[in-house]
Unconditional design. Structure first.
Length: 291
């Protein structure tokens, strides 16, 4: 007999409840407050639209030093009969070690029986298998610091979308930027523009998170890399992650499909030494109107 979405979502809620009881301390599980209620509402009335996919993270302490490793979880509606999207990350891991850790995790999860709940199994695997990667990362860091002056690269991404309106999407963008220590801005409306700047791995992680699972009308139009000796903070064009909302052209009342005033946006870009980006985003040269 074919398995239904309803049955899968019921199992996902059972698993979340189990995990919350196993990781009761503050900060161990990060879960949006409306994530579970939205699934519960759907289960009470399955004639409505499907709820957002369940998304949460679990943080565990690894080794005697209690290094924190975070497992990010995104569950397709048909999980556990479809594999979950998992990603383990830690500030103590270099990009290569993090890649190797996730390759091992993916291999382990693929070896498990389909149809079985496996998030706790994934958490336990991360806890049991992260230490060698953490130790290798520490050794390579100490070796590098003895040999050369530490250099960091500021990564800046300019992202274009047909529009950005939905509140839950905007929340995801701002939460992710804050979590990854990224500065920049999100221009809400039509069109929508996002700029993030920070460490390369953090920018790439932001890009991976916000465009998943299937944000169709979005593209990264331009990327900048600037190398610095020491901290990258002096190279940032923005001091925080700003929420941009410019007055729209015309009187659109309560409609949310209005076009933003791109003249104001161009002025904002020029104030942040980025006027040249306007043409890369929109394909035309920006000109400010006389006041």
């Amino acid at each position: 007999m074919a398995v239904t979405v309803k049955e899968c979502l019921e199992l996902q809620l059972v698993e979340v409840e189990m995990l919350l009881s196993m990781f009761p301390k503050k900060g161990e599980i990060t879960l949006d407050e409306d994530a579970v209620p939205s699934v519960q509402r759907y289960l009470r009335n399955t004639d409505g639209a499907l709820p957002p996919q369940l998304e949460y993270s679990i943080t565990v302490d690894v080794g005697e030093a209690k290094v924190k490793v975070e497992l990010q979880v995104l569950l397709p509606h048909m999980y556990p009969h479809v594999a979950p999207q998992l990603f383990a990350r830690s500030n103590a891991l270099h990009r290569q070690q993090q890649l190797q850790l996730n390759t091992g995790l993916a291999s382990h999860i693929s070896s498990l029986d389909s149809g079985e709940l496996c998030i706790y199994e994934a958490v336990q695997w991360v806890k049991d298998n992260s230490l060698p990667y953490l130790e290798n990362s520490k050794v390579s860091s100490e070796s590098a610091s003895k040999e050369v002056v530490v250099k960091e690269t500021l990564h800046r991404m300019w992202i274009y979308s047909h529009h950005i309106h939905r509140q839950e999407l905007r929340k995801k963008i701002f939460d992710c930027a804050k979590k990854l220590n990224l500065t920049g801005f999100c221009l809400t409306g039509k069109p929508g523009v996002i700029c993030v700047e920070g460490l390369r791995e953090n920018c790439e992680e932001f890009w991976r998170v916000i465009r998943y699972p299937n944000w169709k009308h979005i593209s990264c139009k331009h990327v900048e890399n600037i190398e610095a000796e020491g901290s990258i903070d002096s190279l940032r064009l923005f001091h925080a992650f700003e929420d941009l909302q410019f007055q729209a052209h015309g009187d659109y009342g309560l409609r949310n499909d209005y076009h933003m005033d791109l003249g104001q946006f161009l002025e904002f870009l020029k104030q942040h030494q980025s006027g040249h980006i306007f043409q890369m985003l929109f394909g035309v040269e920006g000109k400010l109107t006389d006041k």
